[in-house]
Design a protein around this ligand. Structure first.
Ligand SMILES: Cc1cc2nc3c(=O)[nH]c(=O)nc-3n(C[C@H](O)[C@H](O)[C@H](O)COP(=O)(O)OP(=O)(O)OC[C@H]3O[C@@H](n4cnc5c(N)ncnc54)[C@H](O)[C@@H]3O)c2cc1C
Length: 435
Protein backbone atom coordinates (compact mmCIF):
# COMPACT_ATOMS: atom_id res chain seq x y z
CA UNK A 1 0.00 0.00 0.00
CA UNK A 2 1.52 3.41 -0.87
CA UNK A 3 2.27 5.48 2.22
CA UNK A 4 -0.23 8.15 1.14
CA UNK A 5 -3.15 5.69 1.32
CA UNK A 6 -2.40 4.48 4.80
CA UNK A 7 -4.94 5.32 7.42
CA UNK A 8 -3.16 5.28 10.74
CA UNK A 9 0.02 6.15 12.57
CA UNK A 10 0.96 4.25 15.71
CA UNK A 11 2.49 5.69 18.87
CA UNK A 12 4.26 3.06 20.94
CA UNK A 13 4.44 3.77 24.73
CA UNK A 14 7.44 2.34 26.58
CA UNK A 15 9.11 4.35 29.35
CA UNK A 16 6.83 7.34 28.86
CA UNK A 17 3.48 6.28 30.28
CA UNK A 18 1.71 9.64 30.15
CA UNK A 19 -0.42 11.63 27.75
CA UNK A 20 0.85 15.09 28.65
CA UNK A 21 4.12 16.69 27.57
CA UNK A 22 5.10 13.52 25.73
CA UNK A 23 7.49 14.37 22.90
CA UNK A 24 7.00 11.37 20.61
CA UNK A 25 3.24 11.32 21.15
CA UNK A 26 3.08 15.03 20.34
CA UNK A 27 4.93 14.47 17.07
CA UNK A 28 2.65 11.55 16.21
CA UNK A 29 -0.53 13.53 16.88
CA UNK A 30 0.79 16.33 14.69
CA UNK A 31 1.50 14.06 11.72
CA UNK A 32 -1.96 14.19 10.13
CA UNK A 33 -3.05 10.56 10.43
CA UNK A 34 -5.23 9.32 13.31
CA UNK A 35 -2.95 7.85 15.94
CA UNK A 36 -3.32 4.40 17.49
CA UNK A 37 -1.81 4.52 21.00
CA UNK A 38 -0.12 1.20 21.74
CA UNK A 39 1.51 -0.60 24.64
CA UNK A 40 3.11 -4.04 24.45
CA UNK A 41 3.53 -6.17 27.56
CA UNK A 42 6.83 -7.71 26.52
CA UNK A 43 6.69 -11.47 26.99
CA UNK A 44 10.52 -11.61 27.09
CA UNK A 45 10.66 -9.30 30.11
CA UNK A 46 7.58 -10.59 31.93
CA UNK A 47 8.71 -14.18 31.44
CA UNK A 48 11.83 -13.46 33.51
CA UNK A 49 9.88 -12.20 36.54
CA UNK A 50 9.54 -14.97 39.13
CA UNK A 51 7.15 -13.08 41.37
CA UNK A 52 3.66 -13.05 39.91
CA UNK A 53 2.77 -10.23 42.29
CA UNK A 54 5.49 -7.97 40.87
CA UNK A 55 4.63 -4.40 41.84
CA UNK A 56 6.28 -2.95 38.70
CA UNK A 57 3.83 -4.80 36.46
CA UNK A 58 0.95 -3.57 38.60
CA UNK A 59 2.30 -0.01 38.45
CA UNK A 60 2.51 -0.16 34.65
CA UNK A 61 -0.96 -1.67 34.43
CA UNK A 62 -2.39 1.12 36.58
CA UNK A 63 -0.70 3.82 34.49
CA UNK A 64 -2.06 2.22 31.31
CA UNK A 65 -5.57 2.00 32.77
CA UNK A 66 -5.43 5.77 33.38
CA UNK A 67 -4.24 6.41 29.84
CA UNK A 68 -6.96 4.14 28.47
CA UNK A 69 -9.65 5.93 30.51
CA UNK A 70 -8.52 9.32 29.18
CA UNK A 71 -8.39 7.97 25.61
CA UNK A 72 -11.98 6.82 26.02
CA UNK A 73 -13.06 10.36 26.85
CA UNK A 74 -11.84 11.21 23.35
CA UNK A 75 -13.74 8.32 21.79
CA UNK A 76 -10.54 6.32 21.52
CA UNK A 77 -8.83 3.34 23.19
CA UNK A 78 -5.36 2.27 24.16
CA UNK A 79 -4.37 -0.83 22.23
CA UNK A 80 -2.67 -3.22 24.66
CA UNK A 81 -0.80 -6.20 23.24
CA UNK A 82 1.02 -9.03 24.98
CA UNK A 83 3.81 -11.10 23.49
CA UNK A 84 7.26 -10.88 21.97
CA UNK A 85 7.54 -7.40 20.41
CA UNK A 86 8.74 -8.79 17.08
CA UNK A 87 5.70 -11.09 16.77
CA UNK A 88 3.36 -8.36 17.92
CA UNK A 89 4.74 -5.95 15.33
CA UNK A 90 4.38 -8.49 12.55
CA UNK A 91 0.70 -8.79 13.45
CA UNK A 92 0.20 -5.03 13.77
CA UNK A 93 1.80 -4.34 10.41
CA UNK A 94 -0.48 -6.87 8.72
CA UNK A 95 -3.56 -5.60 10.52
CA UNK A 96 -3.10 -1.81 10.30
CA UNK A 97 -0.48 -1.11 7.62
CA UNK A 98 0.50 2.02 9.56
CA UNK A 99 1.84 5.05 7.70
CA UNK A 100 4.46 5.67 10.41
CA UNK A 101 5.39 4.47 13.87
CA UNK A 102 6.39 6.90 16.61
CA UNK A 103 8.16 6.27 19.92
CA UNK A 104 10.56 7.87 22.37
CA UNK A 105 14.19 6.81 22.71
CA UNK A 106 14.98 3.98 25.07
CA UNK A 107 18.67 3.65 25.97
CA UNK A 108 19.17 0.28 27.64
CA UNK A 109 21.07 -2.40 25.71
CA UNK A 110 18.03 -4.70 25.37
CA UNK A 111 15.83 -1.82 24.16
CA UNK A 112 18.45 -0.64 21.66
CA UNK A 113 18.63 -4.11 20.16
CA UNK A 114 14.83 -4.47 20.13
CA UNK A 115 14.31 -1.10 18.48
CA UNK A 116 16.94 -1.85 15.84
CA UNK A 117 15.11 -5.08 14.96
CA UNK A 118 11.67 -3.47 14.89
CA UNK A 119 13.07 -0.59 12.85
CA UNK A 120 14.34 -3.09 10.26
CA UNK A 121 10.98 -4.87 9.97
CA UNK A 122 9.13 -1.58 9.66
CA UNK A 123 11.54 -0.42 6.99
CA UNK A 124 11.08 -3.64 5.02
CA UNK A 125 7.38 -2.80 5.00
CA UNK A 126 7.97 0.77 3.87
CA UNK A 127 7.07 2.21 7.29
CA UNK A 128 9.10 4.94 8.92
CA UNK A 129 10.11 4.52 12.58
CA UNK A 130 10.39 8.02 14.05
CA UNK A 131 11.86 8.27 17.54
CA UNK A 132 12.44 11.23 19.85
CA UNK A 133 14.26 12.26 23.00
CA UNK A 134 11.90 12.40 25.94
CA UNK A 135 13.09 10.84 29.19
CA UNK A 136 16.21 12.98 29.62
CA UNK A 137 17.32 16.52 28.89
CA UNK A 138 20.61 15.41 27.32
CA UNK A 139 21.07 11.98 25.76
CA UNK A 140 23.75 9.84 24.15
CA UNK A 141 26.69 12.10 23.17
CA UNK A 142 25.08 15.49 23.78
CA UNK A 143 27.23 16.28 26.83
CA UNK A 144 30.81 15.32 26.07
CA UNK A 145 34.28 16.46 27.10
CA UNK A 146 36.15 18.99 25.00
CA UNK A 147 38.08 16.20 23.28
CA UNK A 148 34.84 14.51 22.20
CA UNK A 149 35.05 11.59 24.65
CA UNK A 150 32.41 10.83 27.30
CA UNK A 151 32.72 12.11 30.85
CA UNK A 152 33.48 9.47 33.45
CA UNK A 153 33.49 11.82 36.44
CA UNK A 154 30.22 13.30 37.66
CA UNK A 155 31.09 16.87 38.73
CA UNK A 156 32.57 18.08 35.42
CA UNK A 157 29.69 16.32 33.64
CA UNK A 158 27.19 18.21 35.80
CA UNK A 159 28.90 21.54 35.15
CA UNK A 160 28.89 20.95 31.43
CA UNK A 161 25.24 19.77 31.54
CA UNK A 162 24.27 22.98 33.35
CA UNK A 163 26.28 25.17 30.95
CA UNK A 164 24.57 23.65 27.93
CA UNK A 165 21.04 23.92 29.30
CA UNK A 166 18.83 26.31 27.30
CA UNK A 167 15.12 27.11 27.40
CA UNK A 168 14.59 25.09 24.27
CA UNK A 169 15.58 21.90 26.11
CA UNK A 170 12.65 22.42 28.45
CA UNK A 171 10.02 23.23 25.84
CA UNK A 172 6.65 21.77 26.70
CA UNK A 173 5.32 19.28 24.10
CA UNK A 174 1.56 19.71 24.45
CA UNK A 175 0.45 16.23 23.43
CA UNK A 176 -2.43 16.59 25.90
CA UNK A 177 -4.01 19.25 23.67
CA UNK A 178 -4.14 17.02 20.58
CA UNK A 179 -5.89 13.95 21.92
CA UNK A 180 -8.83 14.42 19.55
CA UNK A 181 -6.39 13.21 16.86
CA UNK A 182 -6.38 9.71 18.36
CA UNK A 183 -8.08 6.96 16.34
CA UNK A 184 -11.80 6.70 16.98
CA UNK A 185 -12.29 3.26 18.43
CA UNK A 186 -13.58 3.23 21.97
CA UNK A 187 -14.58 -0.41 21.85
CA UNK A 188 -11.33 -1.97 23.10
CA UNK A 189 -11.05 -3.16 26.66
CA UNK A 190 -7.91 -3.24 28.76
CA UNK A 191 -6.66 -6.71 29.70
CA UNK A 192 -6.73 -7.23 33.46
CA UNK A 193 -3.56 -7.96 35.45
CA UNK A 194 -4.79 -11.51 35.70
CA UNK A 195 -5.13 -11.73 31.90
CA UNK A 196 -1.39 -11.13 31.57
CA UNK A 197 -0.61 -13.60 34.36
CA UNK A 198 0.03 -11.25 37.29
CA UNK A 199 -1.50 -10.37 40.67
CA UNK A 200 -1.66 -7.23 42.75
CA UNK A 201 1.39 -6.75 44.96
CA UNK A 202 -0.47 -5.02 47.77
CA UNK A 203 1.99 -2.15 48.22
CA UNK A 204 1.26 1.58 48.04
CA UNK A 205 2.61 3.57 45.14
CA UNK A 206 3.93 7.07 45.79
CA UNK A 207 1.95 9.97 44.38
CA UNK A 208 3.16 11.49 41.12
CA UNK A 209 2.64 15.11 42.23
CA UNK A 210 5.77 17.12 42.92
CA UNK A 211 5.80 17.86 46.64
CA UNK A 212 7.29 21.31 46.43
CA UNK A 213 7.58 21.94 50.17
CA UNK A 214 9.79 18.84 50.43
CA UNK A 215 11.92 19.73 47.42
CA UNK A 216 12.55 23.25 48.80
CA UNK A 217 14.04 21.71 51.97
CA UNK A 218 15.70 18.83 50.10
CA UNK A 219 19.34 19.72 50.80
CA UNK A 220 18.65 19.86 54.56
CA UNK A 221 16.46 16.77 54.88
CA UNK A 222 17.52 14.27 52.25
CA UNK A 223 19.98 12.30 54.37
CA UNK A 224 17.70 11.34 57.23
CA UNK A 225 15.81 8.13 56.50
CA UNK A 226 13.21 8.69 59.24
CA UNK A 227 12.16 11.95 57.56
CA UNK A 228 9.87 12.09 54.54
CA UNK A 229 12.40 14.41 52.93
CA UNK A 230 12.84 13.24 49.34
CA UNK A 231 10.54 13.49 46.33
CA UNK A 232 9.65 9.77 46.00
CA UNK A 233 9.36 10.35 42.27
CA UNK A 234 11.87 7.67 41.24
CA UNK A 235 9.27 5.16 40.08
CA UNK A 236 7.51 7.88 38.10
CA UNK A 237 10.76 8.94 36.47
CA UNK A 238 11.47 5.30 35.71
CA UNK A 239 8.20 4.72 33.88
CA UNK A 240 7.72 8.24 32.53
CA UNK A 241 4.49 8.93 34.39
CA UNK A 242 6.04 12.36 35.03
CA UNK A 243 7.83 14.62 32.56
CA UNK A 244 11.57 15.10 33.14
CA UNK A 245 11.40 18.49 31.40
CA UNK A 246 8.75 19.73 33.84
CA UNK A 247 10.70 18.45 36.84
CA UNK A 248 13.96 20.02 35.72
CA UNK A 249 12.16 23.32 35.20
CA UNK A 250 10.81 23.18 38.76
CA UNK A 251 14.15 22.00 40.15
CA UNK A 252 15.87 25.08 38.69
CA UNK A 253 13.48 27.24 40.67
CA UNK A 254 13.24 25.21 43.88
CA UNK A 255 16.48 23.51 44.87
CA UNK A 256 19.81 23.06 43.11
CA UNK A 257 20.81 20.01 45.15
CA UNK A 258 17.67 18.25 43.97
CA UNK A 259 18.51 19.29 40.40
CA UNK A 260 21.89 17.63 40.84
CA UNK A 261 20.12 14.33 41.66
CA UNK A 262 18.23 14.52 38.38
CA UNK A 263 21.59 15.08 36.69
CA UNK A 264 23.04 11.98 38.44
CA UNK A 265 20.22 10.07 36.79
CA UNK A 266 21.26 11.31 33.36
CA UNK A 267 24.93 10.76 34.15
CA UNK A 268 24.41 7.02 34.75
CA UNK A 269 22.21 6.77 31.66
CA UNK A 270 25.00 8.35 29.64
CA UNK A 271 27.54 5.93 31.20
CA UNK A 272 25.40 2.93 30.27
CA UNK A 273 25.02 4.25 26.72
CA UNK A 274 28.76 4.68 26.17
CA UNK A 275 30.06 1.83 28.32
CA UNK A 276 27.54 -1.03 28.00
CA UNK A 277 30.17 -3.41 29.44
CA UNK A 278 29.11 -2.14 32.90
CA UNK A 279 26.22 -4.58 32.63
CA UNK A 280 27.87 -7.59 34.22
CA UNK A 281 31.43 -6.18 34.40
CA UNK A 282 33.22 -3.64 36.58
CA UNK A 283 33.61 -0.25 34.93
CA UNK A 284 37.27 -0.40 36.00
CA UNK A 285 38.46 -3.74 34.76
CA UNK A 286 41.13 -4.40 37.38
CA UNK A 287 38.40 -4.72 40.02
CA UNK A 288 37.36 -7.97 38.37
CA UNK A 289 40.23 -9.51 40.36
CA UNK A 290 38.78 -8.74 43.82
CA UNK A 291 38.61 -12.12 45.63
CA UNK A 292 34.96 -12.09 46.74
CA UNK A 293 34.01 -14.50 49.54
CA UNK A 294 30.47 -14.96 48.17
CA UNK A 295 29.17 -16.82 51.19
CA UNK A 296 25.59 -17.88 50.41
CA UNK A 297 24.45 -18.00 54.07
CA UNK A 298 25.85 -14.49 54.72
CA UNK A 299 24.05 -13.25 51.64
CA UNK A 300 20.74 -14.66 52.90
CA UNK A 301 21.16 -12.87 56.25
CA UNK A 302 21.76 -9.61 54.39
CA UNK A 303 18.71 -10.15 52.15
CA UNK A 304 16.46 -10.85 55.13
CA UNK A 305 17.73 -7.97 57.28
CA UNK A 306 19.31 -10.24 59.93
CA UNK A 307 22.92 -8.99 59.97
CA UNK A 308 22.79 -7.55 63.48
CA UNK A 309 23.63 -4.08 62.11
CA UNK A 310 20.41 -2.09 62.57
CA UNK A 311 20.87 0.42 59.73
CA UNK A 312 21.51 -2.42 57.27
CA UNK A 313 18.67 -4.56 58.57
CA UNK A 314 16.16 -1.72 58.67
CA UNK A 315 16.98 -0.88 55.07
CA UNK A 316 16.63 -4.44 53.81
CA UNK A 317 13.34 -4.87 55.65
CA UNK A 318 12.06 -1.58 54.24
CA UNK A 319 13.01 -2.82 50.76
CA UNK A 320 11.42 -6.25 51.24
CA UNK A 321 8.20 -4.75 52.58
CA UNK A 322 7.69 -1.64 50.45
CA UNK A 323 9.86 -1.95 47.34
CA UNK A 324 11.62 1.26 48.39
CA UNK A 325 14.74 2.08 50.40
CA UNK A 326 16.01 5.50 51.33
CA UNK A 327 19.11 6.55 49.39
CA UNK A 328 21.34 6.95 52.46
CA UNK A 329 20.44 3.42 53.51
CA UNK A 330 20.92 2.03 49.99
CA UNK A 331 24.51 3.28 50.26
CA UNK A 332 25.00 1.71 53.70
CA UNK A 333 23.52 -1.67 52.75
CA UNK A 334 25.47 -1.82 49.49
CA UNK A 335 28.70 -0.92 51.23
CA UNK A 336 28.05 -3.53 53.91
CA UNK A 337 27.46 -6.31 51.39
CA UNK A 338 30.50 -5.57 49.27
CA UNK A 339 32.97 -4.52 51.96
CA UNK A 340 31.94 -6.12 55.27
CA UNK A 341 30.75 -9.38 53.74
CA UNK A 342 32.99 -9.28 50.64
CA UNK A 343 30.12 -10.41 48.45
CA UNK A 344 30.22 -9.58 44.76
CA UNK A 345 28.34 -6.33 44.02
CA UNK A 346 26.49 -8.15 41.21
CA UNK A 347 24.65 -10.27 43.80
CA UNK A 348 23.40 -7.15 45.54
CA UNK A 349 22.62 -5.44 42.26
CA UNK A 350 20.47 -8.41 41.20
CA UNK A 351 18.65 -8.49 44.52
CA UNK A 352 17.84 -4.77 44.31
CA UNK A 353 16.76 -5.24 40.68
CA UNK A 354 14.25 -7.84 41.79
CA UNK A 355 12.87 -5.85 44.71
CA UNK A 356 13.03 -2.12 43.88
CA UNK A 357 9.87 -0.55 42.55
CA UNK A 358 12.06 2.16 40.99
CA UNK A 359 14.56 -0.35 39.57
CA UNK A 360 16.43 1.24 36.73
CA UNK A 361 19.36 -0.57 35.11
CA UNK A 362 21.61 2.47 34.72
CA UNK A 363 21.01 3.95 38.20
CA UNK A 364 21.13 0.62 40.00
CA UNK A 365 24.27 -0.55 38.23
CA UNK A 366 26.01 2.83 38.54
CA UNK A 367 25.28 3.12 42.23
CA UNK A 368 26.25 -0.46 43.04
CA UNK A 369 29.55 -0.02 41.25
CA UNK A 370 30.00 3.27 43.08
CA UNK A 371 29.46 1.53 46.43
CA UNK A 372 31.79 -1.34 45.56
CA UNK A 373 34.45 1.14 44.46
CA UNK A 374 34.73 -0.31 40.95
CA UNK A 375 32.55 2.18 39.08
CA UNK A 376 33.24 5.47 37.39
CA UNK A 377 33.80 8.25 39.87
CA UNK A 378 33.35 5.74 42.69
CA UNK A 379 34.16 6.23 46.34
CA UNK A 380 37.76 5.00 46.82
CA UNK A 381 37.73 1.40 48.03
CA UNK A 382 39.46 2.25 51.30
CA UNK A 383 36.52 4.43 52.38
CA UNK A 384 34.37 1.87 54.18
CA UNK A 385 31.09 3.05 55.72
CA UNK A 386 30.81 2.34 59.40
CA UNK A 387 27.21 1.10 59.73
CA UNK A 388 27.07 2.11 63.40
CA UNK A 389 28.31 5.69 63.12
CA UNK A 390 25.91 6.11 60.19
CA UNK A 391 23.11 5.69 62.77
CA UNK A 392 24.62 8.36 65.02
CA UNK A 393 24.85 10.76 62.09
CA UNK A 394 21.59 10.13 60.30
CA UNK A 395 19.18 8.43 62.72
CA UNK A 396 20.34 9.52 66.14
CA UNK A 397 16.85 9.19 67.67
CA UNK A 398 16.62 5.65 66.21
CA UNK A 399 13.26 6.49 64.66
CA UNK A 400 14.06 4.79 61.36
CA UNK A 401 15.69 1.67 62.73
CA UNK A 402 12.96 1.13 65.33
CA UNK A 403 10.29 1.49 62.68
CA UNK A 404 11.67 -1.54 60.85
CA UNK A 405 13.13 -3.54 63.74
CA UNK A 406 10.53 -3.70 66.49
CA UNK A 407 12.63 -6.31 68.36
CA UNK A 408 15.71 -4.07 68.27
CA UNK A 409 16.49 -4.01 71.98
CA UNK A 410 15.44 -7.56 72.73
CA UNK A 411 17.20 -10.91 72.71
CA UNK A 412 15.39 -11.75 69.48
CA UNK A 413 17.60 -9.36 67.56
CA UNK A 414 20.87 -10.98 66.39
CA UNK A 415 24.30 -9.81 67.47
CA UNK A 416 26.45 -8.39 64.63
CA UNK A 417 27.35 -11.19 62.21
CA UNK A 418 30.85 -9.82 61.71
CA UNK A 419 32.94 -7.42 63.75
CA UNK A 420 33.37 -4.02 62.07
CA UNK A 421 37.13 -3.51 62.48
CA UNK A 422 37.92 -7.06 61.44
CA UNK A 423 35.64 -6.85 58.39
CA UNK A 424 37.02 -3.49 57.37
CA UNK A 425 40.59 -4.77 57.43
CA UNK A 426 39.61 -7.95 55.57
CA UNK A 427 38.01 -5.82 52.83
CA UNK A 428 41.05 -3.55 52.57
CA UNK A 429 43.36 -6.55 52.27
CA UNK A 430 41.16 -8.23 49.66
CA UNK A 431 40.87 -5.12 47.53
CA UNK A 432 44.56 -4.36 47.85
CA UNK A 433 45.48 -7.84 46.69
CA UNK A 434 43.53 -7.25 43.48
CA UNK A 435 44.73 -3.77 42.57
C1 LIG B 1 22.94 0.82 45.71
C2 LIG B 1 21.97 1.81 45.11
C3 LIG B 1 21.06 1.39 44.15
C4 LIG B 1 20.17 2.31 43.55
N1 LIG B 1 19.27 1.85 42.61
C5 LIG B 1 18.43 2.74 42.01
C6 LIG B 1 17.51 2.31 41.02
O1 LIG B 1 17.44 1.14 40.64
N2 LIG B 1 16.67 3.25 40.47
C7 LIG B 1 16.71 4.56 40.86
O2 LIG B 1 15.92 5.37 40.33
N3 LIG B 1 17.60 4.99 41.77
C8 LIG B 1 18.45 4.13 42.36
N4 LIG B 1 19.33 4.58 43.31
C9 LIG B 1 19.44 6.04 43.57
C10 LIG B 1 18.58 6.61 44.69
O3 LIG B 1 18.74 5.87 45.87
C11 LIG B 1 17.10 6.69 44.33
O4 LIG B 1 16.92 7.32 43.08
C12 LIG B 1 16.33 7.50 45.36
O5 LIG B 1 16.50 6.97 46.65
C13 LIG B 1 14.84 7.54 45.00
O6 LIG B 1 14.13 8.30 45.93
P1 LIG B 1 13.46 9.68 45.51
O7 LIG B 1 12.63 9.50 44.29
O8 LIG B 1 12.77 10.23 46.72
O9 LIG B 1 14.72 10.53 45.10
P2 LIG B 1 15.14 12.08 45.27
O10 LIG B 1 16.19 12.11 46.32
O11 LIG B 1 13.97 12.98 45.44
O12 LIG B 1 15.87 12.36 43.89
C14 LIG B 1 15.13 12.74 42.70
C15 LIG B 1 15.42 11.79 41.58
O13 LIG B 1 16.78 11.87 41.17
C16 LIG B 1 17.23 10.59 40.73
N5 LIG B 1 18.34 10.16 41.60
C17 LIG B 1 18.52 10.48 42.91
N6 LIG B 1 19.67 9.94 43.35
C18 LIG B 1 20.22 9.27 42.33
C19 LIG B 1 21.41 8.50 42.17
N7 LIG B 1 22.29 8.32 43.18
N8 LIG B 1 21.64 7.93 40.96
C20 LIG B 1 20.78 8.08 39.92
N9 LIG B 1 19.65 8.81 40.01
C21 LIG B 1 19.36 9.39 41.20
C22 LIG B 1 16.05 9.64 40.88
O14 LIG B 1 15.39 9.58 39.64
C23 LIG B 1 15.19 10.33 41.92
O15 LIG B 1 13.81 10.00 41.86
C24 LIG B 1 20.22 3.68 43.94
C25 LIG B 1 21.14 4.08 44.92
C26 LIG B 1 22.00 3.16 45.50
C27 LIG B 1 22.99 3.65 46.53
Amino acid sequence: MPAADRQFAIFWFRRDLRLHDNHGLHEALNNGLPVIPLFIFDGEILGKLDNKADARVEFIHKALAEIHATCQQYGSSLLVEHGHPLDVWQRLIDRYQPGAVYANHDYEPYARERDAQIGRILKENGIEFRTFKDQVIFEKSEVMKGDGTPYTVYTPYRKSWERQLRNEHLIHRPSENLLDKLWKTDALTMPSLDDIGFDEAGIDFPDRALREAIVIEYDKQRDFPAVDGTSRLSVHLRFGTVSTRELVKRALELNEVWLSELIWREFFMMILWHFPHVVGKAFKEKYEAVPWRNDEADFQRWCKGQTGYPMVDAGMRELNTTGFMHNRVRMVTASFLTKHLLIDWRWGEAYFAEKLLDFDLSANNGNWQWAAGCGCDAAPYFRVFNPTTQIQKFDDQHRYIKRWIPELNSLDYPTPMVEHKFARQRALDAYKSAL
